[in-house]
Design a binder for this molecule. Structure first.
Ligand SMILES: *Cc1c(COP(=O)(O)O)cnc(C)c1O
Length: 397
């Protein structure tokens, strides 16, 4: 992300959102001007708009290894998560003429999944939250063991947004389907799509969510893969858009941007990731040299751009604010809610004690990150950690 300060600036929060690729922007601009038709209109302007959407759908399907008719556009990753979960549950309830069923999810899901499951729990749906090991890895055995006669859905994320661990979705899906092929398997792949290879058919999942702004498309556009034959009830009723499954006039420029962004991400993935892994591992090695620092997430099965840590005796929010003053944009798991600091549910699920989970830092790199940026991050984090420990009431140093 560009900036106009003389001061050094490093954007290391790419898991929160990414900058729009210049070639994506270039494709989108005419669509916010002269190309003005509604894709549902039958006249020439409508047909023109529809052609753009069809192309975007085909581009996305080709990267995700599925058919274009299996891709549905939404307003964001959160909508895709809500839709998949509520739509699968609703279908189960209607099909079985019941008002009760069971969902299996994990303790480390994004809030869009977790809060959707909590909301369904309030309506009488049973939910099992499967735990993780110290690296945030989910054991397929635990998922299978949680299955019941009335399990409608398994919803497990593909890559964790806080610590970067990549989950064994293919194995989980295979095992779940072996035990009961009727159970719908959904994966929130919002952190994975555009960053690591994701092939929907190969994974075997029934539904898979993604979001444009996590891979250099603009904010406010997402998608859901729904395998043909799988029934997912609509969340948004309206006109016949998205083959009757998602009402609302399409965000045409956003959809086109997302199609282009995914195509570019897929073309650039191999080179980008080779470079990113070197930078990420250098950052990890250097920050782990600090006393009482630890890596969070799996040491190797992790997203190429994600480096995440805890620093004992330190409070994540202070760390973040001091780094911000030095021009570094980062993220922490703990969010200051009123007076109490709530540590991240992900770090707690990994078994970290509250006081350690409070001192978390997530640095997520991108194609723009350089070795000089990594060196600057190391220099600043070292300074800030030492300074905070000197003044910390928790600290010893
Ligand atoms: C960002 C994110 C979401 C939400 O996507 P939005 O498009 O911001 O709504 C869901 N799941 C994961 C894992 C994410 O990282």
């Amino acid at each position: 992300m560009s900036h106009n300060h003389d001061k050094k600036f490093v954007y290391a929060d790419n898991a929160a959102t990414t900058s729009v690729h210049p070639r994506v922007l270039a494709e989108m601009l005419p669509l916010m001007g002269e190309v003005c038709g509604n894709p549902s209109s039958l006249h020439q302007k409508g047909r023109e708009a529809k052609t753009y959407i069809d192309t975007a759908r085909e581009r996305i399907a080709s990267v995700l290894g599925c058919d274009a008719k299996e891709i549905y556009f939404t307003g964001c990753g959160s909508e895709s998560d809500n839709w998949a979960i509520k739509g699968a549950v609703q279908n189960y309830l209607e099909r079985n003429k019941t008002d009760k069923c069971h969902i299996i999810t994990s303790k480390i899901e994004h809030h869009a999944v977790m809060h959707t499951c909590k909301a369904l729990e309030k309506k009488g749906i049973d939910v099992t939250y499967v735990g993780v090991d110290e690296n945030a890895m989910i054991n397929p055995d635990d998922v299978v063991a949680a299955m019941r006669e009335d399990t409608a859905l398994v919803a497990i994320m593909m890559a964790n947004n806080e610590v970067g661990t990549i989950e064994p979705i293919k194995e989980i899906t295979k095992r779940v389907k072996e035990k009961n092929p009727k159970v719908v398997v959904f994966t929130d792949a919002v952190q994975a799509v555009g960053h690591i290879p994701v092939n929907a058919h190969d994974l075997g999942v029934d539904m898979l969510a993604f979001s444009g702004h996590k891979f250099r498309a603009p904010k406010g556009v997402g998608g859901l893969y729904i395998k043909s034959g799988v029934v997912c009830k609509s969340l948004i009723e309206g006109g016949g858009q998205e083959r009757g499954k998602r009402g609302g006039t399409e965000n045409m420029p956003g959809i086109v941007g997302m199609g282009k962004a995914l195509q570019l991400a897929s073309e650039e993935m191999q080179d980008d990731n080779a470079r990113l892994c070197v930078l990420r591992d250098d950052l990890i090695t250097k920050l782990l040299a600090l006393p009482n620092a630890r890596l969070t997430g799996h040491p190797t099965k992790r997203l190429p751009g994600t480096a995440s840590f805890t620093f004992e005796y330190i409070e994540g929010e202070s760390l973040l604010l001091m780094l911000d003053m030095m021009g570094i944009c980062a993220s922490t798991g703990s969010a200051c809610s009123s007076k109490s600091l709530e540590p991240s549910h992900v770090l707690l699920a990994m078994g970290l004690p509250h006081e350690i989970a409070h001192g978390s830092l997530r640095l997520t790199l991108s194609h723009e990150t350089t070795q000089a940026d990594v060196d600057y991050i190391v220099e600043c984090v070292t300074k800030v950690v030492n300074r905070l420990r000197e003044i910390s009431p928790l600290g010893r140093n």
